[in-house]
Design a protein around this ligand. Structure first.
Ligand code: ADP
Length: 488
């Protein structure tokens, strides 16, 4: 029996304390699955405003965390809460940085001092661990906000006996967000100009935090196998494909899971009626209630499409708008989303001209999201790229068939429907073009009209296992590999 590991997972957002996207879901769920496998896993994130709502009262564990920030020293402290009774969560407190109305910025733009805020997170985490006296075997860092941590371990803290042998694994949740800052901020990192080169953290004249993680971590993962290979190409590599190609031996794809207790149509308190693969009858009630809520005719036979999404270029809304007339001629659509002002306008206009067929809510609403996953027949994810995607996993669990672009995690988790053998779980299209998307929609509608086939397909999707256990086991294997590599 291999010995249990001590793992610190560090992220800029963790469900249920702070969330803007899928990163928080992963950072909240993976530790639980690792802990269930018997490992000592702990989590660290900034102490943002309002985390107490989910965390309760926090215990101060390190009264003073002292972090050199260029020619200044900034002080913070470390507070402890719990993710589960077995999983400590450390909150790095520095109110000038983190006690704000949002995590990264306001609608008008990112916070001007994000460089400083996330230097403090990476370096502060290392100083805090030392002060705490807890030495993990491995630190699992995530996305650009924690990209400098592996850099620090390999440079400024390299000869620190406390961190001797501590390995790092860095996960790419979305390569498009890199944390780019001007070179005048370099002295604040405490790193030397010798690192400001193409082989280091320099990127077209700027500091690139994500690149730091990619270059200096022992191992890398991306959140699906397909995305892990896509990002090594010019099309998906965001100008970092060369760096990733160089590390291809150390780059692995591990698919995200979902928390199957939180996402269960049989027990979801937001659904008007529960249902399961064995008894799908409650889904009709969910559909009727959703149609009513969204101002659509309560027509049980009308195919109901849905989308729950950030309104960003990534999510394929340009394709959706192109096929909208054809789609609404065949069925109804509900969209829940928020994000870019441009898409708020575009979809608002579409909803006005298609009232009675298109129901639109432009906001973030965790409860309505569940009623959509439960109530619609088909879920649309025409994403241009999709590192993993959670929407399709939740849909499948809720008896809703996804229609998606064949990219990233969508390609890895959706099995194409074959009507003759009643196999498959959804509909994939490629290339990324309106005609291809519409073709998949038509294929889905044809299957939808065959009630027996449709129910078999729903049951196929609901039988898939997207729990975290299998992925957590893969992470453990990779952690051990990284530790071995670090020791060698
Ligand atoms: P990304 O992380 O790129 O936004 P994912 O599919 O990985 O995309 O994860 C998105 C998560 O956020 C899903 O759980 C989805 O249900 C949720 N979500 C996105 N937009 C909204 C919204 N407007 N209201 C409620 N939940 C949302």
């Amino acid at each position: 029996m291999p010995s249990p590991l001590k793992i610190l997972l560090i992220a800029s957002e963790v469900e249920p304390f702070a969330k803007t996207g899928g990163l928080a879901d992963v950072a909240g769920a993976l530790p639980k699955a690792l802990s269930a496998l018997g490992h000592d896993v702990r989590v660290l994130l900034p102490k943002y405003r309002g985390v107490e709502r989910a965390a309760g009262e926090l215990q101060p564990v390190v009264p003073r965390v002292t972090v050199p920030m260029g020619d200044r020293v900034v002080e913070g402290s470390l507070l402890e809460g719990r993710l589960t009774p077995k999983i400590p969560v450390y909150f790095l407190k520095q109110d000038a940085y983190y006690d704000r109305a949002a995590l990264y910025g306001l609608p008008e733009g990112d916070f001007w001092d994000n460089c400083e805020r996330f230097i403090f997170l990476s370096r502060g985490a290392l100083e805090a661990l030392k002060a705490l006296g807890w030495r993990p075997d491995l630190i699992h860092a995530n996305d650009w906000q924690t990209g400098l941590l592996p850099v620090y371990l390999e440079t400024l803290y390299r000869d620190d006996p406390f961190f001797s042998g501590v390995a790092t694994l860095f996960t790419i949740h979305n390569l498009a967000y890199q944390g780019l800052f001007w070179h005048y901020d370099l002295p604040m990192t405490g790193l030397g100009w010798d690192l400001f080169t193409p082989a280091g953290i320099e990127f077209y004249g700027k500091i690139n935090f994500l690149k730091g993680g990619l270059v200096f971590s022992d191992l890398l993962t991306a959140v699906s196998p397909t995305y892990a290979s896509e990002i090594q190409t010019a099309e998906f590599g965001d100008a970092l494909e060369g760096v990733l190609q160089e590390r291809s031996q150390d780059l692995f794809g591990v698919i995200n899971g979902i928390d199957t207790e939180i996402w269960d149509p049989a027990t979801d308190p937001d659904l008007p009626k529960g249902f399961s693969a064995r008894d799908l009858s409650g889904k009709a009630a969910c559909k009727a209630a959703l149609q009513e809520e969204m101002g659509l005719p309560t027509d049980a036979g009308a195919p109901l499409f849905g989308m729950v999404t950030r309104l960003a270029d990534q999510k394929g809304l340009d394709l959706l708008v192109q096929i909208l007339p054809a789609l609404l001629a065949e069925g109804q659509l509900v969209i829940l989303g928020s994000g870019d002002e441009r898409y708020h306008q575009l979809l608002g206009e579409a909803a006005r001209t298609n009232s009675g067929r298109l129901g639109l809510r432009l906001r973030y609403d965790a409860h309505l999201a569940r009623r959509i996953y439960g109530g619609v027949d088909l879920f649309l994810m025409p994403s241009r790229y999709e590192p993993c995607g959670l929407g399709q996993l939740i849909s499948l669990r809720y008896g809703t068939l996804p229609i998606a672009n064949r990219t990233g995690g969508l390609a890895d988790t959706i099995k194409p429907v074959v009507p003759a053998s009643r196999t498959g779980t959804g509909f994939l299209f490629s290339p990324y073009e309106a005609d291809a998307f519409l073709g998949a929609v038509r294929q889905a509608l044809q299957a939808y009209r065959d009630r027996g086939l449709w129910q078999a397909l729903q049951q196929n999707g609901m039988a898939e296992d997207f729990s975290w256990e299998a992925s957590a086991k893969q992470y453990i294997q990779l952690y051990r590999k990284a530790i071995k590599k670090g020791a060698a």
